[in-house]
Write a protein that binds this ligand. Structure first.
Ligand code: SAM
Length: 316
């Protein structure tokens, strides 16, 4: 049963869903202290995407420092911040943003709990360096007391039948009936977010969640964070929310959510997505659905015949 709450455009603790069209820093300045159990976001990476003006890395980090100071203020004392980042690239040189962000969060008194690697198999093919196939989620908490609902996010174990082989528990199952800890390496689909096409062998289809936003979160990525780090009815904030993927993850799991984005086009898409979710018609990839693995018999997994000769010649 989906709860249908109204959408408010300004934060009020009585609301359930808040969608604010604003500059992030301006909106954050108006929010009360110690309110959000979780802040989860993917900030602009300063790559000159459609939604950002590229500046120097120093200027970018000064702006982000002001944002993070505000986030440290508004996050609950037992709350968490998840900051999802990739690389900033300048003239072919790579600047891994998590390395730059770590000292900023530390200077705001936050403590790192995990540096999670989000691995995906698709993306641009680099020619002058190895192709990038992961990004990072930095998980910080405001204090030593924080929520971590491991049982809500366990994944199936590879060997559930494994037994203790010595000691008092010898012969008893050694794992957990709910599955294993998902670890700090998350292989989740990000399927061609650049062009919205998934290459399922012989079938080209649009990814169920894809909108016109150039770099959307998969909803399931945020769901894992929401389920592990918050409880029902608690507040979650995304200050750079794009088309509201985190908001969908939040309301799907009966939490309260606020999202901020300064782009009216993304705000409109978010509102439509929320309404579609409430009407039960939003297309989503189910949480934990295994990433498609080709069997090797599909045409796209076969080497083209003209390459076979070419390869042979190159090897000679
Ligand atoms: C990496 S995208 C986030 C995408 C999001 N995770 C999703 O699933 O759609 C960053 C977003 O930050 C927004 N943005 C950039 N500068 C901003 C600012 N100063 N204030 C608020 N939003 C901003 C952009 O419009 C963009 O949608």
């Amino acid at each position: 049963m989906i709860d249908k709450h109204d959408i408010a455009d300004e934060f009020n603790v009585k609301e359930h869903i808040v969608i604010t069209e604003s500059d992030a820093l301006m909106a954050l300045n108006t929010l009360p202290d110690a309110t959000f159990k979780l802040v989860v976001s993917s900030p602009p990476y300063n790559l000159g995407k459609a939604y950002e003006m590229q500046t120097s890395i120093q200027q970018y980090l000064r702006w982000q420092t002001d944002i993070i100071k505000e986030l440290a203020r508004v996050v609950a004392d037992d709350g968490s911040i998840i900051w999802q980042v990739g690389n900033f690239i300048d003239d072919g040189e790579v600047f891994p943003l998590d390395i730059y962000f770590y000292p900023i969060f530390k200077s705001c008194g936050l403590q790192l709990r995990n540096r999670i690697v989000w691995h995906f198999d698709h993306g641009l093919h680099a020619t002058k360096r190895f192709s990038g196939r992961y990004e990072v989620l930095l998980w910080f908490t405001k204090s030593k007391t924080y929520t971590f609902n491991l049982d809500s996010v366990r994944v199936p174990s590879k060997y559930p039948g494994k037994l203790h082989y010595k000691g008092e528990k010898k012969g008893q199952p050694s794992g957990n009936p709910l599955g294993k800890n998902p670890s700090d390496y998350w292989a989740m689909i990000s399927q061609e977010w650049e062009d919205g096409i998934i290459e399922i062998p012989n079938v080209k289809s649009n990814h169920p969640e894809k909108t016109s936003h150039p770099c959307q979160f998969p909803i399931e990525l945020v769901e894992r964070c929401v389920l592990a780090l918050t409880n029902e009815d608690e507040w979650v904030l995304d200050p750079f929310a794009g088309v509201g993927s985190s908001l969908i993850a939040v309301i799907k799991n009966k939490r309260r959510g606020m999202m901020i984005d300064r782009d009216p086009q993304y705000i409109t898409i978010t509102k439509k997505r929320v309404l579609a979710f409430q009407d039960g018609v939003l297309k989503m990839r189910p949480l934990g659905k295994p990433v498609y693995k080709p069997t090797g018999t599909e045409k796209v997994t076969q080497m083209p015949s003209e390459w076979l000769n070419e390869k042979q010649e190159k090897l000679l």
